[in-house]
Design a protein around this ligand. Structure first.
Ligand code: MD6
Ligand code: FE
Length: 196
């Protein structure tokens, strides 16, 4: 089960941008290493009870930010309310996110095909919001070799998925060059999960 909710949060760009500025004062964006030995082209940080990190050893959800050695900033009510209402709209009534991964893409950033498999409970959906520049989202199958379908994710769009589709491969093929009035030459993605 998955649903693209066009423009679900498009009137919230300024509030989201301001909230991210506050969060990143405490937990700055960083380019994390991967187990394959390169650095990601997407800058990331988190808020909520858990944050997602990658390093040379693997991928984890952790309670403290390894950069600041402090707890992750708390998840703003604005974020949580948006995530829960988008989940509801897509048919998931009991979504209770404990992590919001914040991804920042420049025009050269990409995210290769992957599955989201670091969470404990795969019965919980994932709720993802796009802001700023358009990202070309590839939505594949349950195996890496299935040819993905492309979705152009625009400012304020929400993409919710779970159930049978929870383990589908996906990624960001590229960012469409442009200038967003709030986010400039970046695309911001907020991905909410129940991590633990
Ligand atoms: C992105 N999103 O949209 C990257 N994962 O920038 C993801 O990797 C993602 O959008 C799981 C569910 C929805 C997503
Ligand atoms: Fe993902």
């Amino acid at each position: 089960m998955y649903k693209l909710l066009k423009s679900f949060a498009s009137n919230k760009s300024n509030d989201i941008n301001n909230a991210i500025k506050e969060i990143t004062k405490k937990a700055p964006f960083r380019y994390m290493a991967t187990p394959y030995g390169h650095n990601m082209s997407v800058a990331m940080t988190s808020c909520g009870d858990f944050g997602w990190i990658s390093n040379r050893e693997g991928y984890y959800y952790v309670k403290t930010d390894p950069v600041s050695e402090e707890l992750w900033p708390s998840m703003p009510d604005l974020f949580k309310d948006l995530a829960i209402s988008a989940a509801k709209e897509a048919g998931f009534d009991n979504f209770n996110p404990d992590c919001c991964l914040i991804n920042r893409y420049g025009i050269k950033s990409r995210l290769s095909l992957h599955q989201d498999r670091d969470e404990k409970d795969f019965s919980q959906p994932i709720v993802s919001f796009s802001f700023g520049l358009i990202g070309i989202f590839q939505f594949g199958g349950l195996e890496r070799t299935t040819k993905p379908q492309d979705f152009y994710l625009e400012n304020g769009d929400a993409f919710v998925w779970g159930g049978n589709d929870r383990m589908r491969y996906h990624g960001i093929k590229r960012i469409v060059i442009g200038k967003d009035p709030v986010f400039g030459d970046n695309r911001i993605n907020l991905t909410f999960r129940k991590a633990i």
